[in-house]
Ligand binder design. Structure first.
Ligand code: AVJ
Length: 328
């Protein structure tokens, strides 16, 4: 297990409060419109709720992407070849990662994650499924360039970033991440990335507002976390989950909508909301062939091949970090 030395991944005050969490929440509640970065949705309870979301009938992305990995793995194995170090951005899913690894005869597997506990558990699970495959987990923030373990230095790299997690980011942040990935993996590396596709608004909104209310619970969990960890008294029963399609930015947005005028405190600071005012909690950008190509190119990655599921709902793109060139 490699840890990026000298780097405190989570800074806390004397009473154990995550300082970045508090700063982000207070800044987000002071702002207009109110918005809190989506990463804070994913504490232990939130990560479990997201797992539950992947099983609700309306949330198609996980099933669609798994279908692509199952049915098209022979094709990308042929393009990528054996002997690569597979570098996964995020701890890995127990379903998708084995599908990729069993398709391509990798030389090693390097999961990167900021959450050490998840990382260790996922790495141990994977090592058990693939005896003989060297597994080198690295605890790091992959939004920055990551120093890869020396053992994989001479192996050609394949980055793996499934789940349309890139869709959580606004374009500027997504490009920063793609460029960091390029620096982490080096010129000549390949990247297999999942991107969810633009489709009928009703289908998209339903995927983020399932009839069983699991996604609503996922959104409400952020309020519970704020109230618990930051001594908040936000009246959760006066906020309603809302998923809305923003057509200009091609994204589904999750909001918490005030059902009446509200007053509350968080970490001793007073806040108010008008009836109908919202706290924006997550973006999930959707792509088409052109916008996904544009985003990848802006981040230094040239698309090589793309696959979709049978129903054309979700795409996986294979891209390559070619040397920069300015000529047409
Ligand atoms: C984990 C970011 C891929 O945007 O589809 C699912 C998160 N939020 N339902 C997504 C999510 C609400 C999910 N990602």
């Amino acid at each position: 297990m490699t840890t990026n030395k000298g780097l405190a991944l989570v800074e806390r005050d004397e009473s154990g409060v995550d300082l970045a969490f508090r700063a982000n929440v207070l800044d987000g509640l002071r702002a207009s419109p109110k918005a809190i970065p989506a990463r804070w949705l994913y504490d232990d309870a939130g990560s479990q709720l997201f797992e539950d979301i992947t099983k609700v009938p309306e949330y198609y992305p996980t099933r669609a992407e798994t279908e692509i990995l199952k049915t098209r793995s022979g094709e990308f194995a042929a393009l990528v070849g054996p002997g690569r170090a597979v570098v996964e951005f995020g701890s890995g899913s127990s379903v998708k990662t084995p599908l990729l690894l069993s398709a391509i005869e990798p030389a090693s597997y390097v999961p990167l994650d900021i959450a050490g506990d998840f990382l260790r558990a996922a790495a141990a699970d994977l090592a058990e499924k693939f005896p003989g495959l060297p597994v080198h987990p690295v605890e790091a923030d992959f939004m920055r360039r990551v120093e890869l373990p020396g053992e994989v230095a001479d192996q050609p790299k394949l980055g793996f970033f499934p789940g349309s997690t890139i869709g959580n980011m606004v374009a500027r942040t997504a490009v920063d991440l793609l460029r960091s990935m390029r620096e982490t993996l080096g010129t000549g590396a390949r990247l297999l990335i999942g991107m969810d596709l633009i489709k009928d608004e009703e289908v998209l909104v339903a995927a983020y507002d399932d009839a069983g209310g699991v996604t609503a619970e996922f959104n409400y969990n952020l309020v519970r976390r704020i109230n618990r960890e930051l001594e908040g008294d936000i009246p959760l029963d006066k906020l309603r989950h809302d998923a809305r399609w923003n057509d200009d930015y091609a994204r589904v947005e999750m909001h918490l909508v005030a059902q009446e005028t509200l007053a509350f405190t968080v970490s001793g600071e007073a806040f108010g909301m008008e009836k109908g005012e919202t706290i924006h909690t997550e973006n999930s950008h959707k792509f088409n062939r052109r916008t996904s190509n544009m985003l990848l190119l802006a981040g230094g990655w040239e698309p090589v091949e793309r696959w979709t599921d049978e129903q054309g709902r979700f795409s996986m793109i294979l891209a390559e970090a070619r040397p920069p060139r300015s000529a047409p």
